[in-house]
Design a protein around this ligand. Structure first.
Ligand SMILES: O=C1O[C@H]([C@@H](O)CO)C(O)=C1O
Length: 637
């Protein structure tokens, strides 16, 4: 029978239809039981969940009610074929929407899957501007794993949360050299926008104290009293995590025993890579970034910022004394030494004898076990010959253009930056899409030269960038890559030492406007002669986000068949802010045929050019305003 019974878990935000109006504004909220200012939509955090069906036209009118800054919203994973102006990237696909102004995004929800949306201007994603975007399959294009779950769907939007506001974070990153202030580890991991700062819902162990010396088990007795005042609780941080109406109340997924559920998981973290597990249950991965994968079963999954998965979970546990039918879902930090306690949610069977699990939440795998993470990531393969009505096209066997991208943390001037080859990306005042649409690229950004497609053969990826004069020097630039229409593009992401010797970090790279095939991964320096023949042309998974592991390489392939200006960047918010990104321009000659809304491009040199046609119109104005401004007739004597 088709699974229509939705499990009674709170979706991240209230569900919305496909045509909506959003007020984006500052709100006071307590996502981890501590009240802070953040960016909300229609008064809530996270923003409303959009649920659409594949092929639907989604229309979102954004009213910018942030009185001190512009805003844009990016629809992460939507390819925006024919609508590059709706991609929601400030300086790339549009001008930021000014305070007091509105903009309507209209795009087709092009394929079924688990997605999300978020701010893409400054560091607004880190300020809480995000929400879920779920695209359901139509009857004709049924997802291949649809028949494999009968329990319904659960949705988990994962994020990390900082108590320091994003303006302070950005200012710290921009300080010079010795005064550079890194954002550090987040205070709290959030599940559907809810977490509990320094507080474990389950028992605190030495393991938890090792992560955060302030870790404490939340006191339930004291809070019970506060909980009774339900209305007051709604906005008060001290109401604590166990008050059901509290903004930081834990997420509880109520499920029936003996069923299989589809758990949708997406991560929009600012920084953290996460590992998720459900006590006593295995997870079968079936979808990655909206694409069917060859199913594989694991105890836990890794998820990097920008990625999404669907996993199938069967509620097969018989209630026992030790496992009375309530289980911890635990989400912990991997890849960087954690200082943040794992987030917890509850999977609760309808026959559970207990409200809360009595066990200790499962431990997160050792944070620096990169080999374990590689094994998980390498297990993801495309589902071949799947019975979906529209199976994904096979990867082309070759590329017509190869861009090798050296990922380096490097000093530029005296600032700590990230650079790709020798370009640390800075965004121009004029959106690239508008610049190409109006043919103003020469004055809108540095179009004298393309961004570099490679780096010197003798560059040592296992040594930090040297400050010597003859070093391969990076500079801040807004140069782009122009890709011929239809080009088959290979991008080799090459990781290297950071400014700290022997240290290299994991970076999740996200491409706008496309899915790409992940052709392969390797350690050390990519060697085209040796490594190219070993790339996976058989079942490379299609994705929109992929990681490059420390000191390793990743090759991805895509077809440049979507005219527009597309960002390609590290999805770690501060890294993008520090220049870790690139811009691909596709279909230069086809750009003029697009239906680009001119009013979305009126900034930078386009505004200057448009202003040329405006002349003072004092006479018309005085005529137009005359009636309203005329003095009121004198009262009759
Ligand atoms: O960009 C980064 O800066 C810090 C560190 O390298 C300097 O404090 C860090 O861990 C990053 O990922």
């Amino acid at each position: 029978a088709p699974a229509t019974s939705a499990a009674s878990a709170p979706a991240p935000g209230p569900a919305e239809a496909k045509k909506v109006t959003w007020d984006v504004e500052y709100i006071m909220w307590a996502p981890d039981c501590q009240q802070r200012a953040m960016i909300g939509i229609n008064g809530t955090f996270p923003g409303p969940t959009i649920t659409a069906r594949a092929g639907d036209l989604v229309s979102v009118t954004v009213n910018n009610k942030l009185h001190t800054e512009g805003v844009v919203i990016h629809w992460h994973g939507m390819r925006q074929v024919g609508t590059p102006w709706a991609d929601g990237t400030a300086s790339i696909s549009q001008c930021a929407i000014n305070p007091g102004e509105s903009f309507t995004y209209e795009f087709v929800a092009d394929k079924p899957g688990t997605f999300f949306y978020h701010g893409h201007f400054g560091m607004q994603r880190a300020a809480g501007l995000y929400g879920s975007l779920i695209v359901e399959a139509t009857a004709e294009q049924d997802e291949p794993y649809r028949k494999d779950y009968d329990g319904g769907e659960l949705n988990m939007l994962l994020s990390d949360w900082y108590h320091e506001n994003v303006y302070a974070q950005a200012a710290g990153l921009e300080r010079k050299d010795k005064h550079f202030q890194w954002i550090g580890e987040p205070q709290t991991i959030l599940i559907n926008g809810r977490g509990q700062y320094e507080c474990m819902l389950g028992k605190v162990t030495n393991y938890h104290r090792g992560i955060d010396r302030y870790a404490k088990t939340c006191v339930r007795g004291k809070e019970a009293k506060l909980c009774r005042d339900k209305d007051r609780c709604l906005m008060r941080s001290e109401c604590g995590p166990y008050c059901p109406k509290s903004q930081c109340a834990p997420v509880v997924f109520d499920v029936e025993p003996g069923k299989t559920y589809r758990l949708r998981i997406a991560s929009t973290t600012t920084l953290s890579a996460l590992n998720l597990q459900v006590e006593g249950h295995s997870l079968t991965v079936v979808e990655a970034d909206g694409n069917p994968v060859e199913p594989f079963t694991v105890k836990d999954i890794d998820i990097y910022s920008g990625e999404s998965y669907s996993v199938l979970l069967t509620t097969s546990q018989m209630p026992t004394f030790y496992r009375p039918g309530a289980f911890w879902i635990s989400v912990g930090v991997i890849g960087r030494r954690p200082k943040t306690l794992p987030a917890t949610a509850v999977l609760r069977y309808t026959n559970s004898k207990l409200q809360w699990p009595s066990s200790v939440p499962p431990k997160t795998p050792t944070w620096d076990d990169i080999e374990r993470s590689k094994r998980f990531t390498h297990s993801i393969k495309a589902l071949k010959n799947n019975d979906a009505a529209t199976p994904a096209p096979p990867a082309p066997k070759r590329a017509t253009r190869t861009i090798v991208m050296l990922n380096r943390q490097i000093l530029v001037g005296e600032h700590v930056k990230w650079a790709i080859n020798n370009v640390s990306l800075t965004l121009p005042a004029t959106p690239y899409l508008g610049a190409y649409f109006y043919g103003l690229q020469g004055s809108a950004f540095d179009a004298t030269d393309e961004a570099p497609s490679g780096f010197p053969d003798d560059y040592n990826i296992r040594a930090p960038p040297a400050a010597k004069d003859n070093d391969y020097k990076a500079r801040v630039s807004d140069r782009v890559y122009e890709l011929p229409d239809g080009a088959l593009v290979d991008v080799v992401l090459q990781n290297a030492d950071m400014l700290t010797e022997t240290v290299s970090e994991t970076h999740p790279w996200h491409l706008h406007g496309h899915d790409f095939w992940v052709m392969g991964y390797g350690d050390g320096r990519y060697d085209a002669k040796k490594d190219f023949p070993k790339l996976n042309t058989d079942n490379p998974p299609l994705r929109n986000t992929v990681v490059v592991f420390p000191h390793g390489w990743t090759v991805l392939r895509f077809v440049a068949d979507n005219p527009g200006a597309w960002a390609f960047h590290c999805h770690i918010e501060p890294h993008l802010h520090m220049g870790m990104g690139a811009v691909f321009i596709e279909g230069v000659d086809k750009m003029q045929d697009l239906n680009v809304p001119g009013e979305a491009m009126m900034c930078g040199v386009i505004r200057t050019a448009a202003a040329v046609h405006l002349t003072p119109a004092r006479r018309q104005r005085s005529t137009a305003l005359a009636p309203a401004q005329a003095p009121a007739p004198a009262p009759a004597p």
